[in-house]
Design a protein around this ligand. Structure first.
Ligand SMILES: *Cc1c(COP(=O)(O)O)cnc(C)c1O
Length: 394
């Protein structure tokens, strides 16, 4: 929103300090791959082939090969990836899908969009991912699927989730939107359940120049269904076997994503070493009385740090202090899904899922993008240490 500022100096808004760095500096990343990206864009423009086509097919093959998935199907967004997976699984009205209340709205929104009912299960207080021990109690005769989210780039604890799904014959749809490249016990996220759903939203670890998404599956029949669903349910043009939608990945996005895919591993290494360095710096700064930060997960969990999220019971004060110091931060997420007005009809009230609710009051994500410099990271840490010192002295 913009405010018109008059000549009267009394009407000047309070000075907002200029941020010393960005929360996510996409321009810094673009500077490192400009020529490759521009060549890819030119290639597509010369071809004038914009919808699906060879670039999309090659990206699908490259991602499937990297992740070890049999099939990958590009689509218009991560939200659509979830919706298409639910549609391909035949999930709809009267069905229930178990998921986490601590995620982006799209996770539960997709479930509601196909007419099914999201059933929320509380999270683990350390990993912020769905607590597998609580899933079984939420299963009813209407339960059709479990949708775990690999939040912030950390794999959900998949073994017990897959076990309970097998016992109760439930579909597993992994929301891997924030976690491309993450591994659980050596296996890439998105390849363990029946479907893996990815987003290429610009802020994700593999981000396009706009919206985009992709579904992975190892089942050839489901793959064929997904390919039909994204083009209005047709295999042969203008003949529609099933009802689908329009959800295709653009060739321009695919060409750009193919360039960026080649750099994904090195960007992931950078994110992981920033996380390690945050831990080292926080250790020496003794911030632990007021803020906690994520310990390195057990080696079974390969974290790709789409977010580096700390926790502080004075979160809002800390965030304002950081803003004054020119340090940007973000809150993922300030309101749990079960308490969103859009889900009021589900009838959840405050206190129902206490672990997720307390996380939503205390979490704060810090800059962790690959190009973050040591100087910038030092600034972030110093500002947090200053806050703790000020607060402890008060
Ligand atoms: C980003 C995201 C989505 C949705 O992806 P879009 O491409 O923005 O539609 C879904 N789930 C989670 C957990 C996400 O972070």
């Amino acid at each position: 929103m913009t405010t018109t500022v008059g000549k009267n100096p009394a009407m000047q808004p309070p000075q907002t300090p200029k941020p010393a760095l960005d929360f996510l500096d996409l321009k810094a990343q673009f500077a490192t791959i400009r020529e490759e990206v521009m060549a890819a864009v030119t290639r597509v423009m010369e071809s004038q082939h914009f919808i699906l086509g060879p670039e999309v097919k090659q990206l699908e093959e490259e991602i499937a090969a990297k992740l070890g998935a049999k099939h990958a199907i590009g689509c218009a967004s991560g939200t659509d990836a979830l919706i298409l997976a639910l549609m391909a699984a035949g999930i709809g009205p009267l069905d229930e899908v178990i998921t986490t209340p601590f995620s982006f709205i799209a996770t539960a929104g997709a479930i509601a969009h196909v007419g099914a009912k999201p059933v929320f299960v509380d999270i683990d207080p350390v990993t912020y991912n769905i607590n597998p021990e609580l899933i079984e109690a939420a299963i009813t005769p209407k339960t059709r699927a479990i949708m775990p989210v690999h939040l912030f780039g950390l794999p959900a604890d998949m073994r017990p989730i897959l076990d309970v799904a097998r016992v109760h014959k439930l579909v597993v749809i992994e929301d891997a939107a924030q976690a491309i490249g993450a591994r659980y016990d050596g296996q890439y996220v998105g390849t363990m359940g029946d479907f893996g759903c990815f987003s290429f939203f610009p802020s994700k670890n593999l981000g396009g120049a706009g919206d985009g998404g992709l579904v992975t599956t190892n089942d050839p029949a489901l793959a064929e269904r997904l390919r039909m669903l994204r083009v209005h349910g047709s295999k042969k043009k203008y003949f529609h076997d099933i009802l689908g939608t329009n959800s295709r990945l653009d060739a321009l996005q695919a060409a750009i994503l193919r360039v960026k895919l080649k750099h994904l591993d090195s960007w992931e290494d950078a994110r992981r070493s920033h996380a390690d360095r945050y831990r080292q710096l926080f250790d020496t700064q003794h911030v632990s009385s007021l803020a906690t930060y994520p310990a390195a997960p057990p080696s079974k969990f390969h974290h790709v740090y789409n977010q580096f999220t700390i926790r502080c019971s004075f979160r809002d004060e800390l965030r304002e202090f950081l803003r004054q110091a020119g340090v940007p931060s973000e809150i993922y997420y300030p309101l749990c899904l079960h308490l969103q007005p859009a889900f009021a009809y589900l009838g959840y009230s405050t206190g129902r899922l206490p672990i997720a609710e307390s996380a939503s009051r205390e979490v704060l994500s810090l800059p962790v993008f690959p190009e973050l410099s040591s100087t910038q990271q030092d600034l972030v840490v110093k500002a947090i240490a200053d806050f703790c010192a000020t607060k402890n002295a008060a």
